[in-house]
Ligand binder design. Structure first.
Ligand SMILES: *Cc1c(COP(=O)(O)O)cnc(C)c1O
Length: 236
């Protein structure tokens, strides 16, 4: 009864749809697996535990404080990903607590992450957040700037670029996001093929509840799913 079954059922549906999308992939270069991030923002630790006990290995949060509060109480071992915008004054908590930061979009932020990671003896893995449709999002680098940005920040030894992240605009029909995903995949491959020192283009994080199947078909190997697993959030 209750929430437990809903989360377990939702998760089974998501996994089934991920498999369908993987089967639809036409490009042989694409990875044959996808890392599913359960986006747990605004969901409590009970819901999180249910998802983890049903097989979730990675959780995504967009606010540092919320993540820290939950981390203290959760009592489960998972990978923590920061998917929301990061302010420079919160970098220390981010580096201390997250395995992967998805949202690096400025040199100032990269420099700060490197500095803090150095003082903590960590090499922080990061994704560079890219904005393909310029007007839509406040955050993310222009796609034209990504290449030179990555070359610049690759010189920092305590920071490692491991891929790209995108938040696509919401479209009623997710097919409309397809060209955006395709464009980011092309950019991803272009950077990967340059084999920049200290850069490992491993992850392409794109696709959310509304559009993850299209994203996977276009080469995503990380998807970030919130409502598809936990149901509608009360966003604040
Ligand atoms: C909230 C959020 C998601 C999950 O969105 P859903 O539509 O609920 O799947 C994914 N990525 C980011 C960056 C988010 O902020």
């Amino acid at each position: 009864m209750g929430a437990f079954n809903v989360i377990v059922e939702n998760l089974a549906i998501v996994q089934e749809k991920v498999q369908q999308a993987l089967n639809n992939r036409l490009n042989e270069k694409f990875d044959q697996t996808v890392k599913l991030i359960a986006v747990t923002k605004n969901n409590d630790i009970y819901a999180m535990r249910e998802a983890i006990d049903a097989g979730i290995k990675v959780v995504g949060e967009n606010r540092i404080q919320e993540a820290l509060d939950k981390k203290k109480e959760l009592n489960r071992t998972v990978e923590w990903h920061l998917i929301g915008h990061l302010q420079t004054n919160k970098v220390k908590q981010a580096v201390l607590n997250f395995d992967l930061i998805h949202s690096v979009d400025s040199e100032r932020l990269a420099v700060e992450i490197n500095k803090v990671a150095n003082s903590l003896n960590k090499v922080q893995e990061i994704l560079v957040q890219v904005n393909v449709v310029n007007e839509i999002s406040k955050f993310g680098l222009n796609i034209e700037q990504v290449n030179s940005f990555i070359k610049t920040i690759s010189q920092h030894e305590n920071l490692k670029v491991v891929g790209l992240m995108l938040i696509a605009p919401y479209y009623e029909n997710p097919e409309e996001a397809r060209p955006i995903f395709r464009k980011l995949y092309e950019q991803f491959m272009e950077i990967k093929n340059q084999q920049i020192l200290n850069v490992e283009m491993k992850w392409l994080s794109m696709g959310m509840t509304n559009d993850y199947q299209v994203a996977i078909e276009e080469g995503a190997n990380i998807i970030r799913v919130g409502t598809g697993i936990f149901g509608q959030r009360k966003d604040v």
